[in-house]
Structure formats: structure tokens, C-alpha cells
Design a protein around this ligand. Structure first.
Ligand code: UT7
Length: 328
């Protein structure tokens, strides 16, 4: 028996931060950001709200769409690198806010690959027959860990949440077909937030040194991302007797349009096969893939039985792909 996605949802804050506004904050310009990244604007959550606020709303939309009331949810996995607080998990806050009174759950830190890791993990609980559903959320309030004086990072990231509900499919015809996941700690030095953890607990000094903000060596991450996402996607397609031509949609992590374009070309895809919404949201870390899926579904772009490939790359490094047949 396969796990199918029976509902999908997303949440994007109302407040938009445009390239023009960023021009007034750091030494950058709309043309550079557009040409180098494909991003025009990103959404920013109210400072006093946490990631769980967005996650709860995306989750509610996915549950409503699937017709499963929150009290019937059995498992919540929340992929995030920006939980509301160090302890407890943001998943626990979402559980309470949703009124999902009969479940367990946890946060999962897989960087930008977090949602792919959550999907691969969640479907195990369904395929074994142990659980009747699993709510998988990717959500990040990146504005909480971005230095708006650092033009290397502040132009890229935004805040959002996306969610899917997994349930057992009636047969093996549709659902999560296969996945391939990877991790390599070589990435620790290229993409990190050094402060606030157990190695460098928050002190006046860590704050002064801005260690609570994201550091990224963009050029190095870019190269690893193109190689990681295209290699793992090719492996997954080959293993399942498919080529790029058989795919109806590629939903890639939205980190940089040039990365998406390079991966698409390596897989031999046309632009029509690739779901891209980076211009409106920027890089929302664990949220990009469920957000793009939810929007594409809302726009009636996905049809029942479509072959869909999801792929992501992120901090760790982590990377992976999931192959599925759309079921709703
Ligand atoms: O989601 C997790 C994984 N993350 C990623 O996949 C992100 C991967 N990396 C990237 O997307 C890109 O590397 C960036 C968007 C971060 C940077 O783009 P780039 O084409 O790699 O630019 P660069 O860092 O090589 O910089 C090129 C030039 C430099 O100037 P010089 O040395 O050529 O004079 C930078 O100082 O652009 C300059 N620059 C900027 N100029 C205007 C860097 N950032 C900016 C900026 N505005 N925001």
C-alpha cells in the first residue's frame, strides 16, 4: 500500500518586502536581484509571531482539503530551522493551536531539504499500516535569523509555510513511489547559524558578532546544489524506468532561479514542466516545496496520475528527491 497526498495547503504572510525596498536597506538593486536570483519580492511575518503561526494555517488548509478534522490527526512532523523557541518543538505548538488532540509529533531539521525528509519519513508510518494519517509541514520564519545589513543573504530569504496530509491510498496506482536522500557534513562551514546552540550558547559576545544570523558562502552552495539536486533526481528517475520526458512536473526547492534552470536543463526538461514561484516568495527554506505544490494544485496545474518529482538541497549539506503520482 502506498501513502497518498490527500490534502495540501500553504500560508504566506501579507507583508511583502520588495527589491525596491531592499535597495534602501543595503547596497543592492532590483536588476541584480532579478537577474542573479529571479526574486522580485518575499513575504515577511509580523515580528511578534512565530513559525507555528504560519505552520498552523497551512496545516489547517491541508486538513480541510482532505476532509480530515484536526482531532483525527495521528502524527505531525514539522520541518523547520526556525522553531518558535529552542524548547519545546514548534510541532507541539501547532498540535495545540490546531486542536489535534490525538497525535504525537516532532520538529525535523533538514535545512532546505527538511520537507523532503519529512515526506520520506511520514510515508513510512502510513505504509507500515501503523498510522491512518500524517501531517507534514515545512515552515520557516527566515526573517528571524537574517541580518538585514548583509546583502549576501537578505535579498534571498522569505517567510512561509506549506503542508500536506498523507493517508493510505486505495491501491498502489498512486502516491509516494520512491525517494532518495543524502547528507554530507562538508556543508557545515558553508551554510550555518553558529550562535544560540550548545557549542556557542547565546551571550552578549555571540550577539555582538552577529552569530545568530545565517551565514552562507553562496557560490559554493550554488555548485553543490546544482550537482546534488540533478544527480539525485537522475538516480531516482533511472531507478524507476523514467526519463525527464516522462515527468509531468518538477517541483524544485526555490533557492535561486539559476539553480532551478540548471537542474531542469540537466534533466532535459522544458520550462513548462517546472513549477517556479520564486519571484513572489524568495527562498522560504523548508516551505518552498509544499508552498509550490499547494499553489500549483490550487491553479489546477496538477492532474490525477501526473508524475511529479520533488527535489531539494540545503544546509548540512542535505539533499534528496521524492517521486510520486498525484492522487487528488
Ligand atoms: O536554500 C539553501 C541553499 N542555498 C542556495 O542554494 C543558494 C545558492 N547561492 C546563490 O543562490 C547565489 O550564490 C547568491 C544569490 C547567494 C549570490 O549570487 P552569485 O551569482 O553567486 O553572486 P556572487 O556571490 O558571486 O557575487 C557576484 C558579485 C560580487 O561582486 P564582485 O566581486 O563581482 O564585484 C558581489 O559582491 O555580486 C556582488 N553581490 C551583490 N550585488 C548586488 C553579492 N550580493 C549582491 C547583492 N546586490 N545583493
Amino acid at each position: 500500500m502506498r501513502a497518498i497526498i490527500s490534502g495540501v495547503g500553504h500560508y504566506s504572510p501579507e507583508r511583502k518586502l520588495t527589491n525596491k525596498e531592499l535597495e534602501k536597506m543595503v547596497d543592492t538593486n532590483d536588476e541584480w536581484i532579478t537577474v542573479r536570483t529571479g526574486i522580485k519580492e518575499r513575504a515577511i511575518l509580523d515580528p511578534e509571531k512565530g513559525t507555528s503561526y504560519m505552520a498552523t494555517r497551512a496545516a489547517k488548509m491541508a486538513c480541510d482539503q482532505a476532509g480530515v478534522p484536526p482531532e483525527e490527526i495521528e502524527l505531525i512532523i514539522l520541518a523547520t530551522i526556525t522553531p518558535d523557541m529552542m524548547v519545546p518543538s514548534a510541532a507541539a505548538i501547532v498540535q495545540k493551536e490546531l486542536g489535534a488532540d490525538h497525535c504525537w509529533g516532532y520538529d525535523l531539521n533538514g535545512g532546505c531539504t527538511g520537507f523532503i525528509y519529512a515526506l520520506a519519513t511520514g510515508c513510512q508510518f502510513i505504509e507500515t499500516g501503523k498510522y491512518r494519517n500524517a501531517l507534514l509541514i515545512g515552515a520557516d520564519k527566515m526573517s528571524a535569523i537574517i541580518n538585514y545589513e548583509d546583502r549576501n543573504t537578505c535579498v534571498i530569504f522569505g517567510d512561509a509555510a506549506g503542508a500536506v496530509l498523507l493517508e493510505p491510498g486505495a491501491d498502489d496506482a498512486r502516491g509516494i513511489v520512491d525517494f532518495d536522500l543524502h547528507m554530507d557534513g562538508v556543508g557545515v562551514e558553508y551554510l550555518n547559524v553558529l550562535g544560540g546552540g550548545s557549542r556557542h550558547p547565546a551571550t552578549m559576545d555571540t550577539v555582538k558578532k552577529k552569530m545568530h544570523y545565517v551565514y552562507q558562502d553562496g557560490k559554493t552552495v550554488f555548485k553543490y546544489a546544482v550537482k546534488g539536486m540533478s544527480t539525485v533526481s537522475e538516480t531516482l528517475l533511472r531507478r524507476n524506468g523514467l526519463t525527464g520526458r516522462d515527468l509531468d512536473h518538477l517541483v524544485p526547492h526555490q533557492a535561486n532561479f539559476r539553480i532551478i534552470d540548471a537542474v531542469g536543463k540537466k534533466l532535459g526538461l522544458t520550462p513548462e514542466q517546472i513549477v517556479v514561484n520564486i519571484e513572489k516568495y524568495g527562498n522560504t527554506t523548508a516551505a518552498t516545496i509544499p508552498l509550490a505544490m499547494s499553489e500549483a494544485h490550487q491553479e489546477h496545474r496538477f492532474k490525477k496520475d501526473d508524475w511529479i518529482l520533488l527535489t531539494a538541497f540545503g544546509a548540512g549539506f542535505t539533499w534528496g528527491s521524492v517521486l510520486l503520482k498525484w492522487a487528488i
